[in-house]
Every structure is written in structure tokens, then in C-alpha cells.
Design a protein around this ligand. Structure first.
Ligand code: HEC
Ligand code: HEC
Length: 216
């Protein structure tokens, strides 16, 4: 028989090789997120963030997640978990997510592209555009476009603002110091926005929020 000519060592090596390949496959299955698991989770996110993740206005505005930069989205989930960004609802949502689910969610939301929810005062848009593109030199506020991009789509840790709910943006910028960067021992990217949020007047925030909220 031909098998007899195979040395026992070679046969053992072949078996070990197959066993380790099976173990690798099992590891991958354990860390990957199935389509079904991801759908169940995103259905849950959409109960608050809107059916197409375009945001939702309930008793207060829920932010748009559609088209958001994956790195920013992951950073925020981590910030909620570590109480650097204070929000009890999102702490509960985020702290149960395994790392592979966090990255699957970030990729999923990046690819959605629904129309902006809108609803801002149209008359404010031209003034908002000017602030977005030129900043407010007299108050040392740099152009938003220099970090959030000319079309407000963001990049990496700089969030997309295009299509974001104007009332959500207004609330975040007027409360920045109470909600973001709340762990003094663990400074984070929120520090970059702190002086900018601080130096804008409420009227300027309303205008720039109106402008970006209608961008697609
Ligand atoms: C029960 C309602 C609820 C559910 C469910 C929910 N969220 Fe949220 N989420 C919120 C609220 C409210 C905020 C705004 C928090 C704030 O104002 O700082 C928020 C904020 C966020 C932010 C920050 C957005 C930004 O622009 O900075 C991210 C990211 C996020 N949620 C992701 C998710 C993901 C992913 C899921 C599903 C796994 C999810 N959320 C499920 C209510 C919810
Ligand atoms: C120097 C770079 C820089 C400039 C200029 C800048 N931003 Fe930001 N912005 C950031 C970074 C970084 C973050 C993310 C902060 C974090 O990780 O918590 C951010 C976050 C934000 C958020 C929170 C988004 C969300 O979904 O919660 C808003 C709103 C915002 N910026 C608006 C503006 C506006 C309006 C301007 C112009 C007046 C502006 N930014 C200028 C860097 C910048």
C-alpha cells in the first residue's frame, strides 16, 4: 500500500498542520461579527438614531451617524465607555460592545448616505457658510473647513458635520466644557475643539449649524 511509504513523522506533521488550521478558523469565527449579529445591533442603534441613521428629533435631538468617519465614531464610543464624554444612555449602549463589533459598526455607518434631516432657518445659511470657510478672525476662531474639510465630510478623528442636526450641534457646542474631555488625567481630541466652542457666540453657532446641517 502506498501509505506505508509515508514516514510516521511526516504523517504526524500533516495532521498537526490540519489541526492548527482548524483552530485558526475557529479563532476567526469567534472574533468576526456575523451579518445577523451586526443587523440586530444596527437595528437597535436605529431605534434612536433614525431608520437610515440620519438622526432623529424626539424630546431632544439624536445625532446623525450616517457617513460619519469610522475613527471618530470609534473614538466617541470609547470616550462614552471611559466617561471622558458623559452620557448615561450611550455609556450603557457602548460598554457592552466587543472590539470587533465596534469596528463593524463604524464601517457600516460610514457607508450610509441618507438625505439630511434639515429644519434649520434658511436665512442663516449664508452667514454660517462664511464662518465655516473663513472662521471668525476677530475672535481668533479658525475656519472650520481647515479641520472638518471643505465639504464638511471630516477625516479620521475630525468628524463629519455635513447633514448633522442643527439643534444637536447647537447643544454640543454650547455645552462642550460640561460634556467632553471630562477626565482630566486622560486628555483627548476634544481639547482641540474646546477653545473654538468657547469663543463662538450663540448666534454664530446657530448660523454655522444651519449651514452644515443642510450639506449632503
Ligand atoms: C436609547 C437611545 C440610543 C441608542 C439605542 C443608541 N444611541 Fe447613540 N446616542 C444617543 C444619544 C442621546 C446620543 C447623544 C449623546 C450626546 O448628546 O452627547 C448618542 C450619541 C452617539 C454617538 C456620538 C455621535 C457624535 O456625533 O458625536 C455615537 C457614535 C453613537 N451614539 C453610536 C451609537 C451606536 C453605534 C449605537 C448602537 C450600537 C447607538 N448609538 C445606540 C442615543 C442612543
Ligand atoms: C483645529 C481643528 C478644528 C477646527 C478649526 C474646528 N474643529 Fe470642530 N472638531 C475638531 C475635532 C478634533 C473634533 C472631535 C473632538 C472629539 O474627538 O471629541 C471636533 C468636533 C466638532 C463637533 C462635534 C461633532 C459631534 O458630532 O458631536 C462640532 C459640532 C464641531 N467640531 C464644529 C466645529 C465648527 C462649527 C468649527 C468652526 C467654527 C470647528 N468645529 C472647527 C477639530 C476642529
Amino acid at each position: 500500500m502506498r501509505l506505508r511509504s509515508v514516514s510516521p513523522t511526516a504523517a504526524l506533521a500533516a495532521v498537526l498542520c490540519i489541526v492548527s488550521a482548524l483552530a485558526d478558523a475557529e479563532d476567526k469565527a469567534a472574533s468576526a461579527v456575523s451579518g445577523q449579529e451586526l443587523k440586530a445591533k444596527t437595528d437597535y442603534c436605529k431605534t434612536c438614531h433614525g431608520l437610515a441613521a440620519q438622526g432623529f428629533r424626539g424630546s431632544f435631538p439624536m445625532p446623525r451617524l450616517a457617513g460619519q468617519q469610522p475613527e471618530y465614531l470609534q473614538n466617541q464610543l470609547q470616550a462614552f465607555i471611559e466617561h471622558r464624554r458623559t452620557n448615561p444612555v450611550m455609556f450603557n449602549v457602548a460598554h457592552v460592545l466587543k472590539p470587533s463589533m465596534v469596528s463593524a459598526l463604524a464601517t457600516y455607518f460610514k457607508d450610509l448616505n441618507p438625505k439630511p434631516l434639515g429644519g434649520a432657518t434658511k436665512e442663516l445659511v449664508p452667514e454660517g457658510k462664511k464662518i465655516y470657510e473663513e472662521g471668525v478672525p476677530s475672535a481668533n476662531v479658525p475656519p472650520c473647513a481647515s479641520c472638518h474639510g471643505p465639504d464638511a465630510k471630516g477625516a479620521d478623528a475630525f468628524p463629519r458635520l455635513a447633514g448633522q442636526l442643527h439643534d444637536y450641534i447647537f447643544r454640543k457646542l454650547t455645552n462642550w466644557e460640561k460634556e467632553r474631555g471630562q477626565n482630566r488625567d486622560q486628555p483627548d481630541t476634544s481639547a482641540i475643539m474646546q477653545p473654538i466652542a468657547h469663543d463662538l457666540t450663540e448666534a454664530q453657532i446657530k448660523a454655522v449649524a444651519a449651514y452644515v446641517s443642510q450639506l449632503e
